[in-house]
Design a protein around this ligand. Structure first.
Ligand SMILES: *Cc1c(COP(=O)(O)O)cnc(C)c1O
Length: 577
Protein backbone atom coordinates (compact mmCIF):
# COMPACT_ATOMS: atom_id res chain seq x y z
CA UNK A 1 0.00 0.00 0.00
CA UNK A 2 1.30 3.50 -0.75
CA UNK A 3 1.62 5.68 2.32
CA UNK A 4 1.84 9.28 3.40
CA UNK A 5 4.65 9.77 5.85
CA UNK A 6 3.81 12.60 8.23
CA UNK A 7 6.74 14.13 10.06
CA UNK A 8 5.23 15.71 13.15
CA UNK A 9 8.52 17.28 14.23
CA UNK A 10 8.67 19.30 11.02
CA UNK A 11 5.09 20.49 11.53
CA UNK A 12 5.91 21.60 15.08
CA UNK A 13 9.17 23.21 13.92
CA UNK A 14 7.53 25.06 11.02
CA UNK A 15 4.94 26.39 13.48
CA UNK A 16 7.76 27.65 15.70
CA UNK A 17 9.34 29.32 12.67
CA UNK A 18 6.05 31.08 11.85
CA UNK A 19 5.88 32.29 15.45
CA UNK A 20 9.45 33.54 15.28
CA UNK A 21 8.84 35.38 12.04
CA UNK A 22 5.83 37.11 13.58
CA UNK A 23 7.98 37.96 16.63
CA UNK A 24 5.23 36.90 19.03
CA UNK A 25 3.07 39.90 18.12
CA UNK A 26 0.53 37.89 16.15
CA UNK A 27 -1.51 34.90 17.26
CA UNK A 28 -1.40 31.97 14.86
CA UNK A 29 -4.38 29.72 14.28
CA UNK A 30 -3.01 26.53 12.73
CA UNK A 31 -5.13 25.51 9.74
CA UNK A 32 -5.60 21.74 9.65
CA UNK A 33 -7.93 21.35 6.65
CA UNK A 34 -5.27 20.06 4.22
CA UNK A 35 -4.52 17.34 6.77
CA UNK A 36 -8.25 16.57 7.13
CA UNK A 37 -8.22 17.68 10.75
CA UNK A 38 -5.69 15.04 11.79
CA UNK A 39 -5.50 15.32 15.58
CA UNK A 40 -1.78 14.45 15.47
CA UNK A 41 -1.08 17.29 13.07
CA UNK A 42 -3.22 19.60 15.21
CA UNK A 43 -1.28 18.66 18.34
CA UNK A 44 2.03 19.22 16.58
CA UNK A 45 0.87 22.75 15.65
CA UNK A 46 -0.15 23.43 19.24
CA UNK A 47 3.22 22.11 20.44
CA UNK A 48 4.85 24.56 18.07
CA UNK A 49 3.00 27.47 19.64
CA UNK A 50 -0.25 27.91 17.71
CA UNK A 51 -2.83 29.77 19.80
CA UNK A 52 -5.64 27.72 18.33
CA UNK A 53 -6.73 25.63 15.37
CA UNK A 54 -8.88 26.33 12.36
CA UNK A 55 -10.60 24.05 9.87
CA UNK A 56 -13.21 24.33 7.18
CA UNK A 57 -15.15 21.09 7.85
CA UNK A 58 -17.21 20.14 10.86
CA UNK A 59 -16.25 16.47 10.46
CA UNK A 60 -12.61 17.45 10.86
CA UNK A 61 -13.35 19.52 13.95
CA UNK A 62 -15.32 16.59 15.36
CA UNK A 63 -12.25 14.36 14.84
CA UNK A 64 -10.11 16.78 16.80
CA UNK A 65 -12.67 17.09 19.58
CA UNK A 66 -13.10 13.30 19.71
CA UNK A 67 -9.43 12.94 20.33
CA UNK A 68 -9.66 15.26 23.30
CA UNK A 69 -8.33 18.50 21.81
CA UNK A 70 -9.72 21.37 23.88
CA UNK A 71 -7.79 24.26 22.28
CA UNK A 72 -9.85 27.05 20.66
CA UNK A 73 -11.08 26.00 17.22
CA UNK A 74 -12.23 28.40 14.55
CA UNK A 75 -14.58 27.51 11.69
CA UNK A 76 -13.06 28.92 8.51
CA UNK A 77 -15.75 28.22 6.00
CA UNK A 78 -18.64 30.62 6.41
CA UNK A 79 -21.30 28.41 8.03
CA UNK A 80 -24.58 27.49 6.42
CA UNK A 81 -27.74 28.22 8.36
CA UNK A 82 -28.46 24.52 8.74
CA UNK A 83 -25.12 23.69 10.32
CA UNK A 84 -25.19 26.58 12.81
CA UNK A 85 -25.97 24.36 15.83
CA UNK A 86 -22.99 22.10 15.09
CA UNK A 87 -20.70 25.08 14.52
CA UNK A 88 -21.64 26.41 17.94
CA UNK A 89 -21.31 22.99 19.59
CA UNK A 90 -17.87 22.21 18.13
CA UNK A 91 -16.18 25.54 17.48
CA UNK A 92 -15.34 28.46 19.72
CA UNK A 93 -15.33 30.97 16.89
CA UNK A 94 -16.48 31.31 13.28
CA UNK A 95 -15.88 33.56 10.29
CA UNK A 96 -19.10 35.16 9.04
CA UNK A 97 -20.60 37.44 6.42
CA UNK A 98 -24.39 36.97 6.50
CA UNK A 99 -26.98 38.34 8.93
CA UNK A 100 -29.17 35.23 8.50
CA UNK A 101 -26.30 33.00 9.58
CA UNK A 102 -25.55 35.24 12.57
CA UNK A 103 -29.20 34.85 13.57
CA UNK A 104 -28.97 31.08 13.30
CA UNK A 105 -25.73 31.01 15.29
CA UNK A 106 -27.30 33.23 17.94
CA UNK A 107 -30.36 30.95 18.30
CA UNK A 108 -28.11 27.89 18.53
CA UNK A 109 -25.80 29.48 21.11
CA UNK A 110 -28.82 30.55 23.15
CA UNK A 111 -30.21 27.02 23.11
CA UNK A 112 -26.86 25.55 24.11
CA UNK A 113 -26.38 28.17 26.81
CA UNK A 114 -23.06 29.43 25.45
CA UNK A 115 -21.64 32.58 23.91
CA UNK A 116 -20.21 32.10 20.43
CA UNK A 117 -17.44 34.34 19.09
CA UNK A 118 -17.85 35.73 15.58
CA UNK A 119 -15.35 37.35 13.26
CA UNK A 120 -16.88 39.35 10.44
CA UNK A 121 -15.22 38.87 7.09
CA UNK A 122 -14.54 41.75 4.75
CA UNK A 123 -14.37 41.54 1.01
CA UNK A 124 -11.08 43.24 0.21
CA UNK A 125 -10.87 42.46 -3.47
CA UNK A 126 -10.24 38.71 -3.67
CA UNK A 127 -13.96 38.31 -4.37
CA UNK A 128 -14.46 35.36 -2.13
CA UNK A 129 -16.34 35.57 1.18
CA UNK A 130 -17.03 38.79 3.02
CA UNK A 131 -19.08 41.98 3.11
CA UNK A 132 -18.07 45.16 1.30
CA UNK A 133 -16.69 47.76 3.77
CA UNK A 134 -19.84 49.89 3.65
CA UNK A 135 -21.95 46.98 4.93
CA UNK A 136 -19.70 46.21 7.88
CA UNK A 137 -21.43 48.48 10.39
CA UNK A 138 -24.97 47.09 9.83
CA UNK A 139 -23.68 43.51 10.05
CA UNK A 140 -21.74 44.33 13.21
CA UNK A 141 -24.92 45.85 14.66
CA UNK A 142 -26.72 42.54 14.05
CA UNK A 143 -23.99 40.66 15.89
CA UNK A 144 -23.85 43.19 18.75
CA UNK A 145 -27.60 42.94 19.26
CA UNK A 146 -27.39 39.23 20.08
CA UNK A 147 -26.54 38.49 23.71
CA UNK A 148 -25.39 34.97 22.77
CA UNK A 149 -22.86 36.27 20.21
CA UNK A 150 -19.66 38.15 20.89
CA UNK A 151 -18.19 40.29 18.17
CA UNK A 152 -14.61 39.08 18.52
CA UNK A 153 -13.10 40.77 15.52
CA UNK A 154 -12.95 41.34 11.81
CA UNK A 155 -10.92 39.60 9.15
CA UNK A 156 -10.13 39.19 5.49
CA UNK A 157 -8.86 36.55 3.16
CA UNK A 158 -6.45 36.99 0.27
CA UNK A 159 -4.96 35.04 -2.60
CA UNK A 160 -7.72 32.48 -2.66
CA UNK A 161 -10.38 32.98 -5.28
CA UNK A 162 -8.62 35.62 -7.38
CA UNK A 163 -5.03 35.81 -6.17
CA UNK A 164 -5.41 39.33 -4.76
CA UNK A 165 -2.41 40.09 -2.54
CA UNK A 166 -2.54 41.18 1.11
CA UNK A 167 -0.48 44.30 0.42
CA UNK A 168 0.23 46.81 3.16
CA UNK A 169 -2.36 49.12 1.65
CA UNK A 170 -5.08 46.47 1.79
CA UNK A 171 -4.19 45.52 5.35
CA UNK A 172 -4.13 49.16 6.50
CA UNK A 173 -7.62 49.54 5.10
CA UNK A 174 -8.70 46.53 7.17
CA UNK A 175 -7.13 48.04 10.31
CA UNK A 176 -8.87 51.36 9.67
CA UNK A 177 -12.19 49.55 9.45
CA UNK A 178 -11.45 47.92 12.82
CA UNK A 179 -10.75 51.34 14.35
CA UNK A 180 -13.93 52.79 12.85
CA UNK A 181 -16.02 49.92 14.14
CA UNK A 182 -14.57 50.22 17.66
CA UNK A 183 -15.28 53.95 17.73
CA UNK A 184 -18.79 53.54 16.44
CA UNK A 185 -19.80 50.95 19.04
CA UNK A 186 -17.46 51.98 21.85
CA UNK A 187 -16.14 48.46 21.97
CA UNK A 188 -12.78 46.76 21.65
CA UNK A 189 -12.14 44.00 19.12
CA UNK A 190 -9.94 41.10 20.20
CA UNK A 191 -8.86 40.23 16.71
CA UNK A 192 -7.96 41.72 13.39
CA UNK A 193 -7.41 38.56 11.40
CA UNK A 194 -5.26 39.60 8.48
CA UNK A 195 -5.19 36.55 6.27
CA UNK A 196 -3.39 33.30 5.57
CA UNK A 197 0.02 31.98 4.52
CA UNK A 198 0.28 34.51 1.70
CA UNK A 199 0.67 37.26 4.34
CA UNK A 200 3.82 35.56 5.56
CA UNK A 201 5.20 35.40 2.05
CA UNK A 202 4.49 39.11 1.58
CA UNK A 203 6.17 39.94 4.90
CA UNK A 204 9.45 39.05 3.17
CA UNK A 205 9.22 42.43 1.46
CA UNK A 206 6.82 44.63 3.44
CA UNK A 207 5.95 44.88 7.11
CA UNK A 208 2.47 44.03 8.27
CA UNK A 209 0.57 46.82 10.10
CA UNK A 210 0.81 46.57 13.91
CA UNK A 211 -2.91 46.25 14.32
CA UNK A 212 -3.07 42.82 12.59
CA UNK A 213 -2.87 40.44 15.53
CA UNK A 214 -3.98 37.12 14.08
CA UNK A 215 -3.21 35.03 11.03
CA UNK A 216 -4.71 31.73 9.94
CA UNK A 217 -1.80 29.65 8.72
CA UNK A 218 -2.00 26.30 6.96
CA UNK A 219 0.19 25.76 3.94
CA UNK A 220 3.33 27.44 5.33
CA UNK A 221 3.30 25.06 8.29
CA UNK A 222 2.28 21.96 6.35
CA UNK A 223 3.97 22.52 3.01
CA UNK A 224 6.42 25.41 3.51
CA UNK A 225 4.97 26.90 0.38
CA UNK A 226 5.69 30.40 -0.82
CA UNK A 227 2.23 31.43 -2.05
CA UNK A 228 3.70 33.90 -4.55
CA UNK A 229 6.47 32.02 -6.22
CA UNK A 230 5.06 28.51 -5.70
CA UNK A 231 8.48 27.43 -4.40
CA UNK A 232 9.55 26.88 -0.83
CA UNK A 233 9.44 29.75 1.64
CA UNK A 234 13.01 30.44 2.76
CA UNK A 235 13.77 29.03 6.19
CA UNK A 236 10.90 26.54 6.24
CA UNK A 237 11.03 22.78 5.81
CA UNK A 238 8.94 21.26 3.00
CA UNK A 239 9.35 17.67 4.20
CA UNK A 240 6.36 17.35 6.52
CA UNK A 241 4.38 15.15 4.13
CA UNK A 242 5.84 12.64 1.72
CA UNK A 243 3.97 10.18 -0.42
CA UNK A 244 5.75 6.85 -0.69
CA UNK A 245 4.94 4.13 -3.18
CA UNK A 246 6.70 1.12 -4.62
CA UNK A 247 8.18 0.46 -8.04
CA UNK A 248 6.46 -2.62 -9.44
CA UNK A 249 7.92 -2.68 -12.95
CA UNK A 250 11.03 -1.29 -14.66
CA UNK A 251 11.42 -1.77 -18.41
CA UNK A 252 12.83 -0.02 -21.44
CA UNK A 253 9.91 1.20 -23.54
CA UNK A 254 9.51 3.49 -26.47
CA UNK A 255 8.23 6.91 -25.54
CA UNK A 256 5.68 6.77 -28.37
CA UNK A 257 2.68 4.46 -28.23
CA UNK A 258 2.59 1.68 -30.82
CA UNK A 259 -0.65 1.47 -32.80
CA UNK A 260 -3.51 3.77 -33.59
CA UNK A 261 -4.52 5.85 -30.57
CA UNK A 262 -7.84 6.88 -29.12
CA UNK A 263 -8.58 8.49 -25.75
CA UNK A 264 -6.93 7.02 -22.61
CA UNK A 265 -8.88 5.30 -19.82
CA UNK A 266 -10.06 8.67 -18.53
CA UNK A 267 -11.26 10.05 -21.85
CA UNK A 268 -8.23 12.29 -22.42
CA UNK A 269 -6.26 12.35 -25.62
CA UNK A 270 -2.66 12.34 -24.50
CA UNK A 271 0.04 13.47 -26.89
CA UNK A 272 3.49 11.98 -26.38
CA UNK A 273 6.83 13.38 -27.45
CA UNK A 274 9.24 11.15 -29.35
CA UNK A 275 12.25 10.69 -27.10
CA UNK A 276 13.21 7.28 -28.38
CA UNK A 277 13.46 4.33 -26.03
CA UNK A 278 13.33 5.31 -22.36
CA UNK A 279 13.71 3.48 -19.07
CA UNK A 280 10.31 3.48 -17.52
CA UNK A 281 9.05 2.53 -14.10
CA UNK A 282 5.57 1.77 -12.87
CA UNK A 283 4.68 2.85 -9.35
CA UNK A 284 1.74 1.34 -7.47
CA UNK A 285 -0.24 4.56 -7.36
CA UNK A 286 -3.03 5.63 -9.68
CA UNK A 287 -5.67 8.22 -10.32
CA UNK A 288 -7.92 6.35 -7.92
CA UNK A 289 -5.50 7.27 -5.13
CA UNK A 290 -4.15 10.53 -6.38
CA UNK A 291 -4.26 13.27 -8.99
CA UNK A 292 -0.83 12.70 -10.60
CA UNK A 293 -0.58 16.37 -11.66
CA UNK A 294 -0.29 17.19 -7.96
CA UNK A 295 2.81 15.04 -7.46
CA UNK A 296 6.45 15.96 -7.78
CA UNK A 297 9.11 13.25 -7.45
CA UNK A 298 11.52 13.86 -4.57
CA UNK A 299 14.30 12.10 -6.57
CA UNK A 300 16.37 14.02 -9.07
CA UNK A 301 15.69 13.42 -12.77
CA UNK A 302 12.57 11.31 -12.23
CA UNK A 303 9.75 12.49 -14.50
CA UNK A 304 6.07 11.63 -14.29
CA UNK A 305 4.85 10.48 -17.70
CA UNK A 306 1.19 9.70 -17.13
CA UNK A 307 -1.13 7.69 -14.92
CA UNK A 308 -3.96 5.22 -15.28
CA UNK A 309 -6.38 4.37 -12.51
CA UNK A 310 -3.86 2.16 -10.70
CA UNK A 311 -0.47 2.80 -12.30
CA UNK A 312 1.75 5.83 -12.23
CA UNK A 313 4.27 5.76 -15.07
CA UNK A 314 7.61 7.44 -14.45
CA UNK A 315 10.62 8.03 -16.67
CA UNK A 316 13.79 7.10 -14.79
CA UNK A 317 16.25 7.13 -17.69
CA UNK A 318 18.33 9.97 -16.24
CA UNK A 319 17.79 9.16 -12.56
CA UNK A 320 19.81 7.09 -10.14
CA UNK A 321 19.55 3.33 -10.45
CA UNK A 322 16.25 1.98 -9.18
CA UNK A 323 15.17 -1.64 -8.70
CA UNK A 324 11.73 -3.19 -8.60
CA UNK A 325 10.61 -3.05 -4.98
CA UNK A 326 12.34 0.28 -4.29
CA UNK A 327 10.35 3.05 -2.69
CA UNK A 328 9.73 6.23 -4.64
CA UNK A 329 8.98 9.44 -2.80
CA UNK A 330 6.80 12.30 -3.95
CA UNK A 331 5.98 15.77 -2.77
CA UNK A 332 2.26 16.65 -2.93
CA UNK A 333 0.53 19.90 -3.74
CA UNK A 334 -2.38 21.08 -1.58
CA UNK A 335 -5.03 19.07 -3.47
CA UNK A 336 -2.96 15.93 -3.65
CA UNK A 337 -2.27 16.13 0.07
CA UNK A 338 -5.97 16.32 0.93
CA UNK A 339 -6.67 13.45 -1.44
CA UNK A 340 -3.95 11.29 0.08
CA UNK A 341 -5.11 12.05 3.60
CA UNK A 342 -8.66 11.06 2.69
CA UNK A 343 -7.89 7.98 0.59
CA UNK A 344 -8.53 4.62 2.26
CA UNK A 345 -6.00 3.19 -0.20
CA UNK A 346 -3.19 5.31 1.19
CA UNK A 347 -1.73 4.35 4.55
CA UNK A 348 -0.63 7.03 7.04
CA UNK A 349 2.69 6.68 8.81
CA UNK A 350 4.33 8.88 11.36
CA UNK A 351 7.86 10.12 11.54
CA UNK A 352 9.71 12.59 13.74
CA UNK A 353 11.79 11.81 16.79
CA UNK A 354 10.14 14.24 19.14
CA UNK A 355 6.73 12.71 18.58
CA UNK A 356 7.61 9.06 18.29
CA UNK A 357 8.16 6.88 21.33
CA UNK A 358 11.19 4.57 21.39
CA UNK A 359 10.54 1.01 20.25
CA UNK A 360 10.18 -1.25 23.30
CA UNK A 361 13.23 -3.33 24.20
CA UNK A 362 11.93 -4.86 27.41
CA UNK A 363 8.72 -6.47 28.61
CA UNK A 364 7.66 -5.40 32.08
CA UNK A 365 5.43 -8.10 33.54
CA UNK A 366 3.15 -6.66 36.20
CA UNK A 367 1.09 -9.22 38.09
CA UNK A 368 0.11 -10.44 41.57
CA UNK A 369 2.97 -12.12 43.51
CA UNK A 370 1.53 -15.62 43.37
CA UNK A 371 1.16 -15.36 39.59
CA UNK A 372 4.85 -14.57 39.20
CA UNK A 373 5.60 -17.82 41.06
CA UNK A 374 3.49 -19.98 38.75
CA UNK A 375 5.25 -22.43 36.52
CA UNK A 376 3.29 -21.16 33.46
CA UNK A 377 4.51 -17.62 34.15
CA UNK A 378 8.11 -18.78 34.34
CA UNK A 379 7.68 -20.51 31.00
CA UNK A 380 6.17 -17.29 29.59
CA UNK A 381 9.16 -15.27 30.81
CA UNK A 382 11.52 -17.81 29.22
CA UNK A 383 9.55 -17.44 25.98
CA UNK A 384 9.95 -13.64 26.01
CA UNK A 385 13.70 -13.93 26.66
CA UNK A 386 13.84 -16.30 23.71
CA UNK A 387 12.36 -13.57 21.53
CA UNK A 388 15.38 -11.45 22.39
CA UNK A 389 13.61 -9.07 24.76
CA UNK A 390 14.64 -8.24 28.29
CA UNK A 391 12.11 -8.99 31.07
CA UNK A 392 11.48 -6.75 34.05
CA UNK A 393 9.15 -7.41 36.95
CA UNK A 394 6.49 -5.11 38.41
CA UNK A 395 7.18 -1.42 39.16
CA UNK A 396 6.20 1.45 36.83
CA UNK A 397 6.66 1.20 33.08
CA UNK A 398 9.56 3.25 31.69
CA UNK A 399 9.83 4.75 28.23
CA UNK A 400 11.37 1.73 26.51
CA UNK A 401 9.20 -0.86 28.29
CA UNK A 402 6.29 -2.79 26.90
CA UNK A 403 4.16 -3.30 30.01
CA UNK A 404 2.15 -6.52 30.31
CA UNK A 405 -0.45 -6.40 33.07
CA UNK A 406 -2.17 -9.60 34.12
CA UNK A 407 -5.37 -8.84 36.03
CA UNK A 408 -8.31 -10.92 37.25
CA UNK A 409 -11.23 -8.86 35.91
CA UNK A 410 -12.07 -5.86 33.72
CA UNK A 411 -11.56 -3.23 36.41
CA UNK A 412 -8.91 -0.51 36.26
CA UNK A 413 -7.86 -1.20 32.67
CA UNK A 414 -7.91 2.50 31.76
CA UNK A 415 -6.00 3.49 34.90
CA UNK A 416 -3.31 0.95 34.06
CA UNK A 417 -3.03 2.13 30.47
CA UNK A 418 -2.79 5.73 31.73
CA UNK A 419 0.35 4.90 33.70
CA UNK A 420 2.07 3.84 30.47
CA UNK A 421 0.72 6.72 28.44
CA UNK A 422 3.23 9.06 26.89
CA UNK A 423 1.46 12.42 26.72
CA UNK A 424 3.23 13.53 23.57
CA UNK A 425 2.25 10.57 21.43
CA UNK A 426 -1.13 9.41 20.33
CA UNK A 427 -1.80 5.74 21.02
CA UNK A 428 -4.40 3.37 19.68
CA UNK A 429 -6.38 0.73 21.55
CA UNK A 430 -7.24 -2.75 20.31
CA UNK A 431 -9.73 -4.21 22.74
CA UNK A 432 -10.36 -7.92 22.21
CA UNK A 433 -13.25 -8.90 24.41
CA UNK A 434 -16.67 -10.52 24.29
CA UNK A 435 -18.05 -7.46 26.11
CA UNK A 436 -17.06 -3.90 25.05
CA UNK A 437 -16.47 -2.78 28.67
CA UNK A 438 -16.30 0.92 29.59
CA UNK A 439 -16.33 2.22 26.01
CA UNK A 440 -17.20 5.71 27.22
CA UNK A 441 -13.71 6.03 28.71
CA UNK A 442 -11.84 5.37 25.48
CA UNK A 443 -9.71 8.50 25.08
CA UNK A 444 -9.11 8.39 21.35
CA UNK A 445 -12.10 6.75 19.62
CA UNK A 446 -10.69 7.51 16.19
CA UNK A 447 -7.86 5.09 16.96
CA UNK A 448 -9.85 2.45 18.84
CA UNK A 449 -11.20 -0.90 17.73
CA UNK A 450 -13.22 -3.38 19.75
CA UNK A 451 -12.82 -6.87 18.43
CA UNK A 452 -14.98 -10.00 18.69
CA UNK A 453 -17.74 -8.60 20.87
CA UNK A 454 -20.79 -10.78 21.40
CA UNK A 455 -23.06 -8.48 23.35
CA UNK A 456 -23.42 -4.81 24.15
CA UNK A 457 -25.82 -2.93 26.42
CA UNK A 458 -27.84 -0.10 24.97
CA UNK A 459 -25.46 2.43 26.61
CA UNK A 460 -22.43 0.67 25.17
CA UNK A 461 -23.96 0.51 21.70
CA UNK A 462 -24.84 4.22 21.85
CA UNK A 463 -21.33 5.13 22.96
CA UNK A 464 -19.77 3.05 20.19
CA UNK A 465 -21.93 4.61 17.49
CA UNK A 466 -21.86 8.15 18.89
CA UNK A 467 -18.10 8.28 19.31
CA UNK A 468 -17.28 6.52 16.06
CA UNK A 469 -15.39 3.59 17.59
CA UNK A 470 -14.74 0.70 15.20
CA UNK A 471 -16.55 -2.32 16.65
CA UNK A 472 -16.30 -5.74 15.02
CA UNK A 473 -18.76 -8.27 16.36
CA UNK A 474 -18.27 -12.03 16.04
CA UNK A 475 -20.84 -11.87 13.26
CA UNK A 476 -18.77 -9.30 11.37
CA UNK A 477 -15.68 -11.45 11.77
CA UNK A 478 -17.47 -14.57 10.56
CA UNK A 479 -18.69 -12.62 7.57
CA UNK A 480 -15.39 -11.15 6.32
CA UNK A 481 -12.99 -13.69 7.80
CA UNK A 482 -10.39 -13.27 10.52
CA UNK A 483 -7.61 -12.00 8.26
CA UNK A 484 -9.64 -9.15 6.84
CA UNK A 485 -11.19 -8.30 10.20
CA UNK A 486 -7.75 -8.25 11.85
CA UNK A 487 -6.34 -6.07 9.07
CA UNK A 488 -9.15 -3.60 9.45
CA UNK A 489 -8.83 -3.39 13.22
CA UNK A 490 -5.06 -3.02 13.16
CA UNK A 491 -5.21 -0.40 10.45
CA UNK A 492 -7.62 1.53 12.63
CA UNK A 493 -5.44 1.46 15.73
CA UNK A 494 -2.18 2.21 13.91
CA UNK A 495 -3.23 4.64 11.19
CA UNK A 496 -3.14 7.86 13.14
CA UNK A 497 -1.13 6.73 16.12
CA UNK A 498 2.32 5.88 17.25
CA UNK A 499 1.65 2.39 18.54
CA UNK A 500 -1.28 0.80 20.32
CA UNK A 501 -2.25 -1.09 23.45
CA UNK A 502 -3.81 -4.54 23.30
CA UNK A 503 -6.46 -5.56 25.81
CA UNK A 504 -7.14 -9.29 25.67
CA UNK A 505 -9.96 -10.64 27.81
CA UNK A 506 -10.04 -14.31 28.74
CA UNK A 507 -13.67 -14.68 27.70
CA UNK A 508 -12.98 -13.92 24.06
CA UNK A 509 -11.13 -16.94 22.75
CA UNK A 510 -10.87 -20.65 23.21
CA UNK A 511 -8.85 -22.03 26.07
CA UNK A 512 -8.47 -18.97 28.31
CA UNK A 513 -11.76 -18.82 30.18
CA UNK A 514 -13.80 -21.19 32.26
CA UNK A 515 -16.81 -21.06 30.02
CA UNK A 516 -15.94 -22.51 26.62
CA UNK A 517 -19.36 -21.71 25.19
CA UNK A 518 -18.68 -18.01 25.61
CA UNK A 519 -15.49 -17.97 23.58
CA UNK A 520 -16.20 -16.53 20.15
CA UNK A 521 -12.76 -16.80 18.56
CA UNK A 522 -11.28 -20.20 17.87
CA UNK A 523 -7.69 -20.93 18.85
CA UNK A 524 -6.57 -20.45 15.22
CA UNK A 525 -8.48 -17.19 14.86
CA UNK A 526 -7.12 -15.63 18.03
CA UNK A 527 -3.58 -16.75 17.11
CA UNK A 528 -3.98 -15.25 13.63
CA UNK A 529 -5.05 -11.94 15.18
CA UNK A 530 -2.08 -12.00 17.54
CA UNK A 531 0.30 -12.72 14.67
CA UNK A 532 -1.09 -9.70 12.86
CA UNK A 533 -0.52 -7.64 15.99
CA UNK A 534 3.11 -8.76 16.01
CA UNK A 535 3.54 -8.06 12.31
CA UNK A 536 2.40 -4.45 12.77
CA UNK A 537 5.42 -3.87 15.06
CA UNK A 538 3.37 -1.23 16.80
CA UNK A 539 2.38 -3.04 19.98
CA UNK A 540 3.23 -0.86 23.00
CA UNK A 541 1.29 -2.33 25.96
CA UNK A 542 -0.78 -5.38 26.86
CA UNK A 543 -3.50 -5.95 29.43
CA UNK A 544 -4.42 -9.60 29.86
CA UNK A 545 -7.72 -9.35 31.71
CA UNK A 546 -10.40 -11.62 33.09
CA UNK A 547 -8.18 -14.55 34.04
CA UNK A 548 -9.72 -14.71 37.53
CA UNK A 549 -8.00 -14.92 40.93
CA UNK A 550 -6.60 -18.37 40.51
CA UNK A 551 -6.54 -19.40 36.85
CA UNK A 552 -6.30 -23.04 35.84
CA UNK A 553 -2.88 -24.05 34.52
CA UNK A 554 -4.15 -24.80 31.01
CA UNK A 555 -6.05 -21.48 30.73
CA UNK A 556 -3.04 -19.47 31.84
CA UNK A 557 -0.74 -21.34 29.48
CA UNK A 558 -3.07 -20.68 26.55
CA UNK A 559 -3.38 -17.00 27.40
CA UNK A 560 0.40 -16.63 27.60
CA UNK A 561 0.67 -18.45 24.29
CA UNK A 562 -1.51 -15.79 22.66
CA UNK A 563 0.63 -13.05 24.18
CA UNK A 564 3.83 -14.65 22.91
CA UNK A 565 2.30 -14.64 19.42
CA UNK A 566 1.47 -10.95 19.83
CA UNK A 567 5.06 -10.31 20.89
CA UNK A 568 6.34 -11.99 17.79
CA UNK A 569 6.65 -15.73 18.37
CA UNK A 570 5.96 -17.83 15.31
CA UNK A 571 5.30 -21.53 15.50
CA UNK A 572 8.46 -22.40 13.60
CA UNK A 573 10.84 -19.63 14.58
CA UNK A 574 11.68 -18.22 17.96
CA UNK A 575 12.43 -14.72 16.72
CA UNK A 576 10.19 -12.24 14.98
CA UNK A 577 11.10 -11.74 11.36
C1 LIG B 1 -7.75 27.69 4.06
C2 LIG B 1 -7.91 28.99 4.71
C3 LIG B 1 -6.81 29.60 5.34
C4 LIG B 1 -5.43 29.00 5.35
O1 LIG B 1 -4.77 29.23 4.14
P1 LIG B 1 -3.24 28.80 3.90
O2 LIG B 1 -2.88 29.42 2.64
O3 LIG B 1 -3.23 27.32 3.88
O4 LIG B 1 -2.46 29.32 5.05
C5 LIG B 1 -7.02 30.79 6.00
N1 LIG B 1 -8.25 31.38 6.02
C6 LIG B 1 -9.32 30.84 5.41
C7 LIG B 1 -10.62 31.52 5.45
C8 LIG B 1 -9.18 29.61 4.74
O5 LIG B 1 -10.25 29.08 4.14
Amino acid sequence: MPSVVIDLDIIAENTRRVMARLEGRVAVFGVTKAACGSPLVARAMLRGGAAGLADSRLDNVQRMRNSGITAPVMMLRIPSVSEAPEVVRLCDMSLNSEAAVLDALARAAEEQGVVHDVILMLEMGDRREGVPPEELIPLAATAMAEPSLRLAGIGANFMCASGVMPTRGKLEKLCNLADALEQRFGTRLDWVSGGNSSNLALMETEAMPERINMLRIGSTILRAENSFTGGTLAGFDDGAFTLEAELVEIKAKHSLPDGETGPDAFGNRVVFEDRGVRLRGIVNLGRVDMRPEGLKPRHRHVEIVTASSDHLIVDITAAKKFAVGDTMRFEMDYGALVQAMLSPYVDKKLAGRESIAPRPSAVRLIAAPDLHDREETRAFVAGILNLGMEVKRDGSPEAADLPVWVIPGREAIFDLLDTADNEAVESGLLWVDSDPGEVGRIANPEAAAIFAIQRASREQATAIAGRGILALTMEDIDLVGIREAARKAIQRVTQTTDGFALVLHASVARGMGEDVREAGLSYRECSALMERVAASQELRAIVLSGIGENPAAAALETAYGYLLSALGKRILSGRPD
